[in-house]
Design a protein. Structure first.
Length: 390
């Protein structure tokens, strides 16, 4: 995203000081990977002192991030200007830095990702195959979707296209029940789906697969769980089972975090504890993993892992009409082991309880990302008109 950079202050601040702050913050933004432009509908304005309100307004754009600090009445000035911008129909977000010349760092990047998401509008998703039969609450009203028969995506698949990536997965595993040759068609299918998504303009996809269709598993000899692992690892949100609500939730979390999100079944909901399980977790959330057999069928393959404790996390599930959203802040904990899917994650909820999950009534799959983007997700969902649960 390109932004224009402004510096605002009271009239008593010299031009040399303003220029210095502009140069320093311009370099900080470039180091963060932010592109600067003379003109943009997104502005980052550094508020040096009190009395800068009129200058902020004159340098503002449609979307604005105001950088302020506790000294020289900078923060009061930014808050006053932000109120005027909002009343005028423009977006404004104030970020308080600890001191002048402090880097805005990750909070600025999260704010820019939020703005980017707001500007994007509803994405276009691919639906490969049909939702699995047990998904009876997975549709998303108003979603722009393109359906594609499962057979069409598998036609002429060349396992050799996935051999190199399959080797990397096997070599990185602590143990494996399968060889690279076993995983090659799974990796090749990930590449096929990625190419398809790019050519069709999909922002993400969901796959109604054959994971528990015993006859098809015997015929195919593999399931696409690790295909989705690889797609999410590459930054393309990809959900199992045809679940559009989970896919949209993953899409929001991954866009706000720039980290891969995943979805899982809610297997334990007790007190302030959730235990979620599923196959196909991205390797970025599973630094130590094994390649294991799938539940029931024993087919290749699943990522078997336990998500390490101590990571901040944000969890999300939207309703089918996008009028409600279960949004949770948590930290990962060592999960109690349950007889369920191979990738298992424990979450200690912050400022909510498992009863909120049970009473929300929004379905099974919860999307999660190992990052605290709760505030940004809340702001985006409110922007869509959703009621936040709890």
């Amino acid at each position: 995203m390109e932004v224009k950079l402004g510096v605002a202050s009271s009239p008593h601040v010299g031009e040399d000081v303003r220029r210095h702050y502009g140069e320093v913050y311009g370099e900080m933004l470039r180091e963060l990977g932010v592109s600067l432009a003379e003109s943009s509908d997104v502005a980052v304005v550094v508020v040096l002192t009190g009395g800068a309100e009129e200058e902020v307004l004159s340098q503002a754009a449609s979307y604005n991030i105001l950088l302020a600090w506790p000294h020289y009445n900078s923060l009061p000035s930014a808050l006053e200007a932000a109120a005027a911008l909002r009343e005028g129909g423009r977006y404004a977000k104030v970020l308080e830095l600890p001191a002048p010349l402090a880097s805005p760092g990750e909070p600025l990047l999260k704010a820019l990702r939020l703005i980017s998401l707001m500007k994007t509008g509803m994405p276009k998703f691919g639906v490969v195959g049909r939702p699995n039969r047990w998904l009876v609450a997975s549709g998303l009203a108003g979603a722009a979707t393109e359906e594609m028969p499962l057979e069409e995506t598998l036609e002429g698949l060349n396992p050799g296209d996935g051999m190199e990536e399959a080797r990397r997965i096997v070599e990185g595993a602590e143990r494996t029940d399968f060889s690279a040759a076993d995983l090659a068609p799974i990796a090749a299918y990930a590449r096929r789906l990625e190419e398809l998504a790019k050519s069709r303009g999909w922002a993400g996809l969901t796959l109604g697969c054959w994971c528990f269709d015993l006859e098809t598993v015997r015929k195919m000899r593999w399931t696409p769980c690790i295909s989705l692992t690889l797609l999410n690892q590459r930054g393309l949100p990809a959900a199992c089972e045809g679940d559009l609500r989970a896919l949209f939730s993953m899409y929001v979390l991954s866009r706000l975090s720039s980290k891969p999100a995943w979805l899982s079944n809610v297997n334990v909901a007790r007190g302030d504890l959730l235990v979620l399980t599923h196959d196909g977790a991205p390797l970025a959330v599973a630094p130590r993993y094994s390649v294991a057999r799938r539940m029931l069928t024993g087919a290749p393959a699943a990522i078997k892992t336990r998500i390490p404790p101590g990571s901040p996390a944000t969890l999300l599930r939207v309703s089918g009409d996008l009028r409600r959203a279960l949004l949770l802040r948590a930290v990962t904990v060592e999960p109690e082991e349950v007889e369920a899917c191979n990738a298992q994650a424990g979450f200690k909820l912050i400022n909510s309880t498992a009863s909120d999950v049970l009473s929300a009534g929004l379905g099974n799959h919860l999307a999660y990302v190992l990052d605290d983007v709760y505030d940004e997700a809340k702001e985006y969902l409110l922007h869509l008109g959703a009621k936040i649960i709890p």
